[in-house]
Design a protein around this ligand. Structure first.
Ligand code: ADP
Length: 243
């Protein structure tokens, strides 16, 4: 189904954060993972991306991160046309995006504080004191001030995901992309993580969450974009899991 009405209507004067226009992505294997996808997301929105396994959700996230080149169509993220971006510009662009994954992806040989502080070194925050302050502030926000020296394998899944969110947010990105952030968590921890993402949103961050969790999507009542076999089949202003 094409031509679905999408929101993010900038007539309201809101700033557009993400725009995909007629995006197709075909993997070298021949699989068409995204088919004529168009969507617009404004600054400060909270959006769920839902759809069954294999519907193209992770592919969509990777195209927004600039990790996958689209076969046709256009993508703009934070005012940048990804197709015309040079290699040099990519690291600077990535700073505008925070990413959280289902499987946490923390560095096992580093403690909680170091995992978060490293994200700042990577983007070139040269002042050690500033890295320390920013990291401590983020870890306080996620409620882990008491676990600074713990290693990932000494933490619960929920705690590890909170570290991952602190790491994703420590450089104050404009957009947070979360790919199944509660996929490995029990319901109680899943809700803690969702509440944290709500807080991140309330700070002004544009938040995109890929989720399989019907209960969460239904209760959060946020915008929900549904993918089916690579196509956007619905875009609802206030959520409902439509599978
Ligand atoms: P989802 O995240 O919704 O589960 P994906 O974006 O991972 O879906 O996958 C969409 C489609 O693209 C699926 O048919 C999947 O098998 C295929 N696919 C994903 N990654 C690759 C890849 N690296 N190479 C070839 N096909 C892929």
């Amino acid at each position: 189904m094409t031509g679905i009405k999408t929101f993010g209507n900038s007539d309201s004067g809101a700033e557009r954060m993400i725009r995909m226009q007629n995006v197709n992505l075909v993997y070298p294997t021949g699989t068409a993972a995204l088919k004529d996808c168009s969507l617009e997301i404004d600054k400060g929105e909270f959006v769920f991306i839902v759809g069954s396994s294999g519907s193209g959700k992770s592919t969509l996230i990777k195209t927004l991160l600039g990790e996958l080149e689209v076969s046709s169509g256009k993508i703009e993220v934070a005012g940048k046309n990804l197709a015309s971006m040079t290699r040099k510009e990519l690291p600077y662009f990535r700073r505008k995006l925070g990413v959280v994954f289902q499987e946490f992806r923390l560095l096992e040989e580093m403690n909680v504080f170091e995992n978060v502080a490293l994200a700042q070194r990577v983007v070139g925050v040269s002042s050690r004191e500033r890295r320390r302050k920013n990291s401590l502030a983020m870890l306080e926000m996620v409620g882990l001030s008491q676990k600074l020296k713990a290693y990932p394998n000494e933490l619960s899944g929920g705690e590890q995901q909170r570290v991952a969110i602190a790491r994703a947010m420590v450089n104050r990105p404009a957009i947070l992309l979360a790919d199944e952030p509660t996929g490995n968590l029990d319901p109680e921890n899943s809700w803690e993580i969702m509440n944290l993402l709500k807080e991140v949103h309330e700070l002004g961050t544009t938040v995109l969450v890929v989720s399989h969790n019907e209960d969460i999507v239904n209760k959060m009542q946020k915008r929900v974009i549904t993918l089916h076999k690579g196509q956007i089949t619905s875009d609802a202003r206030q959520g409902g899991y439509l599978q």
